[in-house]
Design a protein around this ligand. Structure first.
Ligand code: ZN
Length: 381
């Protein structure tokens, strides 16, 4: 109800919950470009491509939504290029939903230099060292030109650790920027608010209250996985999740370690993105039902078995561990393709199995089993 108080309400996005088990839930995000089953994993397409994959391959493995990066795309190729191409969907040949981040996190994590002002941030490009400025106005304009289905508010990612006073000021800046982004929201684009507040429960609560006063189509949690201990991250996830509105999608930004995902889904989160499956694939680290595999290891030199005997992906159906190791060591392009295909397929399958488990009321059993599996795989590394 609160969301109707501030101007237009987006007609782009409709969210319905299908089943609940404790805090965990399954649902459906309906958007004009397609539906997204939740909990959902969003492969990351930083430079207008999910690295090494074609859109058709992503669709075949069940990807229903991907993430694009405002920061990267505005620096390269530049927003005018994408505008002239008719938007990001056309530019990259992906006609399903896209969520764009606002650039707030990238300015924080990638820029060698940043100076925060009331209307935005001056930062140095990680590409060529040139100076740029981005604030709520710029972030909304860029995301509008990209034509994403879901835009994110421009936020100030609070570093960890942060003094209470610093975290409070940072969160107030994020709230002011969130209000400005909401004013600039276009009718054809959904907009999510971002909860900040570092590791202070009081500030997280304040942040949520401020965002609810403004009203958004969905709520994201930022400022986690920025160097805090895992226990702190999990404590914040468990604390914040249940405080977010039940009837809106909840998005945990940038966290994709499956152990963390299980905690978050248990706490009611619906959407995830992470470079883990794609980046690890290119580095030769593969996720399997038997644990984590570092494909370069000598023990796989003449191993004729498939990477994961339980996996039905293209890579596992056609190639041996010995072949994957050989491709990796000789730095063949195919290595990145086959490894990425497998890792993303593994993630999409994990999320589908998790949704089915919640639907059957068996999420806790699923979680326990997966935690035991993930626990042992760390030891093999
Ligand atoms: Zn596979």
């Amino acid at each position: 109800m609160l969301s109707r108080e501030c101007g237009i309400i987006s007609v782009m996005l409709n969210f319905e919950i299908h089943s609940e088990e404790g805090g965990a839930r399954t649902g459906l995000l309906r958007m004009s470009r397609g539906n997204v089953h939740t909990p959902a994993f969003m492969p990351v397409g930083t430079n207008a491509t999910v690295k090494a994959m074609t859109p058709e391959e992503l669709m075949d493995m069940g990807a229903e939504i991907i993430l694009g990066n405002t920061y990267h795309l505005s620096l390269r190729p530049g927003i005018e290029v994408i505008r002239a191409a008719g938007g990001l969907h056309r530019f990259m040949n992906w006609d399903r939903p896209i969520l764009t981040d606002s650039g707030g996190f990238q300015v924080y994590s990638l820029s060698a230099l940043r100076r925060i002002e009331p209307h935005g941030v001056h930062f140095k490009s990680h590409v060529d060292g040139s100076m740029h400025f981005i604030g709520p106005d710029e972030a909304m304009e860029i995301q509008s030109a990209l034509g994403s289905d879901i835009a994110m508010v421009f936020d100030d990612c609070t570093p960890y650790p942060a003094e209470f006073e610093y975290a409070l000021n940072s969160l107030q800046l994020t709230l002011a920027w969130a209000r400005r982004c909401r004013e600039l929201q276009k009718e054809d684009q959904a907009l999510f608010g971002i909860v900040q507040g570092s590791a202070y429960k009081e500030l997280r609560t304040m942040s949520i209250g401020g965002l609810l006063d403004i009203g958004f189509d969905g709520y994201a949690v930022g400022g986690l996985s920025v160097g805090e201990p895992k226990e702190v991250m999990h404590e914040m996830i468990r604390f914040v999740g249940p405080l977010l509105p039940r009837d809106k999608p909840r998005y945990l930004m940038g966290i994709g370690d499956l152990m963390d995902v299980l905690v978050a889904v248990d706490s009611g989160f619906d959407m995830f993105d992470c470079v883990m499956p794609t980046r690890n694939a290119r580095n030769g680290t593969l996720f399997t039902s038997l644990g984590r595999v570092s494909i370069k290891r000598t023990e796989y030199k003449a191993d004729a078995r498939p990477l994961d005997p339980e996996c039905g992906c293209y890579t596992c159906r056609h190639y041996s561990r010995a072949y994957l190791r050989h491709m990796f060591l000789t730095k063949e392009i195919l290595s990145m393709r086959l490894n990425t295909f497998h890792n993303l397929f593994f993630y999409m399958t994990f999320f589908r199995n998790m949704r089915e488990a919640i639907g059957r009321g068996e999420f806790q059993a699923f979680k326990k089993k997966r935690e035991a599996m993930i626990g042992t795989e760390e030891l093999q590394e």
